[in-house]
Each structure stands twice: as C-alpha cells, then as structure tokens.
Design a protein around this ligand. Structure first.
Ligand code: UDP
Length: 242
C-alpha cells in the first residue's frame, strides 16, 4: 500500500504531449495522459497540473537565435496555454470538469490565475490546469510547478520525465549507474542534478514539498504515481539508492 494523497500537483513538460513527434501535440498521447488523470480524479485525488511549452516554443532557444529574451519567454508562456487548453479538452471529453487558469490574462479562453478560486475548484473535484507559467520571463514551468504547489498547499509535486528516476551517474553511459530511491534537496542542488532547475528545487525545499520524479512513458505510471505507489525517485528525503 502506498500513500494516499489529498491534493497533488503534476508537472507535465510540453514534450510529454509531443509523443514521438518532433514538434507540437500528438492527440493520441494527450488522450492517454488524460485517461490516467481521469482515473486519479475518480479516486478523489485533488489534481492540479502545470504544463510546459517546450513542444512548441522555448524562450532560451528564441534568445539563442537572436530574439529579445523576455519577448521569447512571453511567447513560450503563451505556448503553454495551447497545451493547457488541449489537456482541458481531453479531460472534459472524459467527463472531468476542468478549469484552465492563466498567469497572463486571456479571459476569452481561460480564467485568470486566482489562487483562492483555484483552491475552490480543487475542493469541488475539478482539475485545475495552470497555463502561462508564472507570468514572468526568465522563469520555467518547473519553478511555476513549485510555486503553485506551495500556493495551493499541494502535498507533493510529481515531475513526469523521460527517465525512471534520478541516478548517481548517467545510466546511458554507465551500466553500473545506481538509481536513488530518495535524495535530499541539498544533494540535488550541490551536485547540480538536472531534475528540475535550482529555483524550483529551492522553492520546494523552503516549503517542504517533496518532488517525485518518475517516468511518464510507462503506461499507467501517472496513475500509479499519483495514487501513491512507490515509483521513481523522491527528492525531499534522505539519500538512499534502490
Ligand atoms: N516561461 C517563462 N516563465 C515561466 C514559465 C515559462 O518565461 O514562468 C517560458 C520560457 O520561455 C520557457 C517556455 O515558457 O522556455 C516554456 O516552458 P518550459 O520550457 O518550462 O516548458 P517544458 O520544458 O516543461 O516543456
């Protein structure tokens, strides 16, 4: 038996919605992610989601190509709104009431971010998807996930990635690499482990919010993780290898 969470925050990168494509959104992948979230919500877990935009646009790439960084970041934030609306559509097709709240106002398509309203939606069993990141350039959606988790009093941040946890060295290079079952925030920061950016880790550390890093690609993993099965690596405990 795992832990039963009451309120969780799931961070999905934009790339998670891309599947095997090189760009954009794969509707079949979105549908399958939405199905797992639907099953989690059916168990009464209050679920908030922060979605990235890397499948469409990343500010840092725009800046590397000569764009003004802040402008590029705003474009990146707007990209996340497309992903948020796509996920909302898929969840609502499954009959799950869902609200998108954006940190940059776009009231024709979504609610503005209002913390107390987000909490109310969650209490009513609605999924809340936070779009447009934090609303500030030079930040990431990982940091947004940590920020929103703290604001809505989520018990945990789930970071869905392409690897099944955090290793002591690169498992693709080193066949003897060992996977951590749990890690301290300090270890992640001091070893510069690329789980989430440092700002996100520091924010979770300050607010005592554990981060569970797990592999999104395994079918059923989102459901397993959010329903509290031990999976991936937990940041926020002691350092233990599995
Ligand atoms: N972004 C930003 N401020 C935020 C969140 C996101 O400026 O608070 C921009 C930034 O340009 C980033 C892009 O939005 O590259 C997409 O988000 P991110 O790269 O975090 O998405 P992911 O890697 O999760 O797909």
């Amino acid at each position: 038996m795992g832990i039963t969470y009451r309120r969780v925050l799931l961070k999905l990168s934009g790339e998670a919605l891309m599947g095997e494509l090189n760009y954009g959104i794969d509707p079949a992948v979105v549908h399958s992610i939405a199905q797992e979230i639907t099953d989690v919500v059916a168990e009464g877990i209050q679920t908030a989601i922060v979605v990235g935009g890397g499948n469409i646009f990343r500010g840092i790439k725009g800046a590397a190509a000569g764009m003004d960084r802040a402008t590029a970041d705003y474009i990146g934030m707007i990209a996340t709104v497309m992903n948020a609306m796509t996920l909302q559509d898929a969840l609502e097709q499954n009959g799950v009431p869902t609200r998108v709240q954006t940190a940059i106002e776009m009231q024709e398509v979504a609610e503005p971010y209002i913390r107390r309203r987000a909490i109310r939606h969650l209490e009513k069993g609605r999924v809340v998807i936070f779009g447009a990141g934090s609303g500030n350039p030079f930040f990431t959606t990982d940091t947004t996930a940590a920020l929103r988790a703290a604001e809505i009093n989520a018990e945990v941040v789930f970071k869905a990635t392409k690897v099944d946890g955090i290793y002591d060295s690169d498992p693709k290079v080193n066949p003897n690499a060992r996977r951590y079952q749990s890690l301290t925030y300090g270890h992640v920061l001091s070893h510069n482990l690329r789980v989430m950016d440092g700002t996100a880790i520091a924010l979770c550390k300050d607010n005592n919010i554990p981060i569970i890093v797990f592999d999104l690609s395994g079918k059923g993993n989102i459901k397993r993780a959010l329903l509290g099965e031990p999976i991936g690596t937990i940041v926020g405990g002691s350092c233990e290898v599995s």
